[in-house]
Each structure stands twice: as structure tokens, then as C-alpha cells.
Design a protein around this ligand. Sequence first.
Ligand code: SF4
Length: 459
Amino acid sequence: MFDELHEECGVFGCYHIPDAASMTYYGLHSLQHRGQEASGIAAEHDGEITVLKGRGLTVDVFRKPELASLEGVNAIGHVRYSTAGGAEAANIQPIVSHSSRLGDVAVAHNGQIVNEKELRRELEEKGAIFQGTSDSEVILHLIRMEEGTLEERVKKAAARLEGAFAVLVEGEGKLFAFRDTHGLRPLSTARFQDGWMVSSETCAFEVMGIYDSETVPAGGFCTFEDGILRRSSYREADAPRVCAMEYIYFARPDSVIEDVNVHKFRKETGRILATGDDVQADVVIGVPDSSLSAAIGYSEASGLPFETGLVKNRYVGRTFIQPTQEMRDRGVRMKLSPVKEAVEGKSVIMIDDSIVRGTTSRRIVRLLREAGAREIHVRIASPVLKLPCFYGVDISTKEELIGHRMTVEEIREYLEADSLRFMTPEQLRFAAGTAGLCTACFDGSYCTDLYSYSEVLSN
Ligand code: SF4
């Protein structure tokens, strides 16, 4: 899959770390793959929270003098891809509340809250006024409406949420971090100097030279206060269900989620695909970047040589305008080029991580054919994607998915491939080892009540 699915967001926070905003900037930079449309940092200094945010990449939103204006040893940050909640400026995170009753509080959130509509209605009936449509604002209003200390309010608010979420809250010189009870979205903590960092992905720690991190468990709650981290829970954990797409596509290969390295997971999927695959081929190639690990795994297990059959142009903007078919085809050419010398005259195993709409996969198959590939056998390092996601990935309807509309043989014909194979959900779970997986978009096993979203499935 190449540029077809999008994660909602990434979060990063610093507690008790000098120049927290700058460190958060570096953290967000490492999480940029999780969202490129907007970026924001909220820093707290003497109880006052200052936020800077805007549309664009982290490097474009923040300049040095602006970062210097974000004083304090605590900061939370966010990178955003806007789907649920829309792209309007009011939804760019972190979202900050300045109230006389509560003081300054900031919230940053990754994921999707499935009972958001119900909570929003309830809060509006109690007098809450919303500025935007994002889930994070719902969390902020819940915190406002609850009673008790800030920690108690945040915990009570967390307990009202259903769905997928990794949330950071900042206020009163403290930081709070919590994760949904199934652990659908990743979240980890790490010690840094005299303080702590918290991140959607561990790759952001490694940039800082930190290699020891700890997962925030499903239903887990972290309180950073008085220079220490206290771990507790806000609700009992449910069966663990990390989003399989985090491993398959979204997360960086150097990240570790629930003690499973993403690169290793992907290699394992490649190995599984190769097992029992009796196709006669000359080389194995992967669609860059997220399919390369699986292609290496396939190559190792099958004994076939791994080749760089496709090269990605890293400098093509995501908002490339493609109004006509011809321009769309050129768009793929601008992003990906076949290496003629690697595929010409050869029977090629092409590994891709998933197929969403199928249009891009078909264009890639055509590119390889034009470069002289004799046969193209497509192997997908995940099961057939058939159903929408309500947990923070932008698959909102079944109809947009080729796997919902067509059989595997029909998809093969559409792709113009010589053969096509997918994994099964069981094989995917096997690849994850000890980590429990959400596989709902493949097999419909949604792990929460879907509230109003269940209508999408019945339509
Ligand atoms: S439904 Fe699919 S994309 Fe959504 S959380 Fe589950 S595995 Fe991830």
C-alpha cells in the first residue's frame, strides 16, 4: 500500500525536562509519519500554558524564536492527520482551556472515541460550548465537568471514554498520560535525565539516545508529579488488542509496541507468506517503505534474492493535485520508480503491506510490467481489508475497500497481477506473538461497543 491509509495522530510529552518545548519538537519530528497536516506544542510555565500550533509539518510550524517563547519544563505535543473532526484550525491540537475554576489545562489525543457523539450531547446539555469538532475537546470538557483534584478529574474523564485513545493532559505543573482499556493505540514512557518522556512510539525516544522504555499498559494511567512517575489504572484492562495496522503499516520499523519490534513483526509476516508459496520466481521486491521488512522476511524464508525493485521519491508532497487519470498515473510515477535492471525479464514477487482501494497497487503492477517484469506475483503482508475502522484510521466506509467489493480472484484480475495471496487473520496474530491484536477491519471482530458507528456496518 502506498499513501492510501492514514493514521490519525501522534503524541509526545516531556515532564521535568529543561527546554521541554524544544525536546517535544524533536519528539514530534520523529512521529511525523503519524500525521503531516498539523502540528502543535503546549508548554507550561508557572501554571500558565502557552500553545503554538498550525497547519503543516513540524519543521514548518515551528521556528527557533517561536520555540524559545514556549518556556517551561513540561510540554505536550501533537502531530495530526485530520479525518474525524475535520481539518479546521479549532481542531488542531493540543487543545487548551484557560478557566478560573480549573486553571490552564491542555489535552493532546491520538485515536478515536466511539462514544464521542453521546458524550458531546450530554456535555452540551450541561452547558458545555464547543469550539471545534475534535474528540480532544470532549475530553477537556469532561475534565472540566468532573469534581475533585485534577488527577481525579482526569481519571474520571478517562473512565467515561470508549474506543481507541492515547491521551496526554498537562496542568498544575503535572502531566497525565493514559491509554484505552484494549491498548488499541500505542503509548510508552521513558526516563530522560531528571524527568520523563511519553510518546506514541518508541522511535521518538531513540532519537534522544534513550533505548529503555516502558509500555503504558491498556487501561493504564501515569501521573507525573513532584518529579516522579506514579503508575496506576483508571479502569480494568480488557483483552489487549493493539491495532494490527500499527505493526503492518503505520509505526516506524524501529519502534517497539508491546515488546514486539515493528520490523521483526513485518519480517515475520513475510516469512509466513513465503511458507508453502510454490510460485516459481526470480526475485523478491517490496513496495517502499513499509513493505521492505516483509519482503526481506519473504526473501530469507524462500531463499529468493531480495532486490530493490522500486525506489521512492521522498520529496513529493502529499497534497499533489491529481484531477485526471493521466495526472494520477503520473503522480504514482513521481512517487515511485521501478528499477528496470532489477526486474526486466524476471518473474517478480512483489510484497505490499495491504490493499485499500487497489488503484495504487494496480498502477505499481503496471509500472513493473512497463519496466519489463515477465511475471508479477503480488503477496500482501496482511489479510483482505474488508471493513471500516472506528478506532482512528481513515477507513470510514466498506464501499471504499476493494476487498469488500471483490473476491481475491477479482482483485487479482483488477490488479493485472499473475497471482495474488493474502495472509489470514490467524497468521497475522501468530506474527504478533505475545501482543494481542485488533483485526476488526479484516474480520469484523470489533472489541468495543460501536455506539452510533454501528449504523455504518448495517448500511
Ligand atoms: S479496525 Fe483495523 S485499522 Fe482499526 S484499530 Fe482495528 S486493526 Fe487498526
